[in-house]
Design a protein around this ligand. Sequence first.
Ligand SMILES: [Zn+2]
Ligand SMILES: [Zn+2]
Length: 280
Amino acid sequence: MSAEFQSLEILVDNHAAEGLVAEHGLSMLIKVGGRTLLFDAGQNDALERNLATRGTELTHIDAFVLSHGHYDHTGAIDFVLQENPEVCVYAHPKIFSRRFSIYPGKDPKEISMPSEERLVVANLLDSQLKWIRKPTQISSGVWMTGPIPRFQPLEDVGGPFFTDPEGTEPDPIEDDMALWIETPKGLLVVCGCCHSGLINTINHIQSASSDQRIWGIIGGFHLKNASPGRLEATTAALKEFKPDFMVPCHCTGEAAITYFKENLNTEIHTGYAGYQLQNP
Ligand SMILES: [Zn+2]
Ligand SMILES: [Zn+2]
């Protein structure tokens, strides 16, 4: 059953409208069915600063969703929970994994959730921490995917990610999840970093939802390192999914956005902090 989608605003992104702060990270505020959800928390203080600039208080959120446990989505958890000490947090238990990105010739970089944030989440009451392990409705018309099966052979996690600093254990980023909202126009798909792949993510959502129509897709699609074959396959799949619009942002990558604009007949707006999507 669809709920009334009211608005989605990007609060933190790698790009920002004039007057707002940009950082490598993502956070979005979603209003649907009279409830307010926060999706991810950015990397540093951009969330707090952009809210202050906009004069928006964050003291009234009904649900706090974490798409996965990377540092650029979990950095301001402490701030969010200080403002909303009783809010329920929705995530997959693997958000606590230690993780590293290791590029050839460079030192391993730890990209886990910061330890202060980890402590804050680990100390929540059991009743406040909602582990999501399968497609789950978290609010009227709002669903989280749970872990996303990886069937598409060209899609990978999008980078040299490992669970150890030596780089021996590849990190499947099993906690990666998307969210979808049932609207009268079809589904609005909201991605964090889309480490499971955009095709896998939307296939999984369509298999779990009674509505197959995709109204829009917004978020980071992590296609910076995508092979030409993967970009082609993603574009071909998007032609089948037929979204009315797409708002790629965060880690999608300029080349992928340009490629989509050139090869898809879909409305495409590059997202940024301050971008607002209203119910038409
Ligand atoms: Zn990210
Ligand atoms: Zn990530």
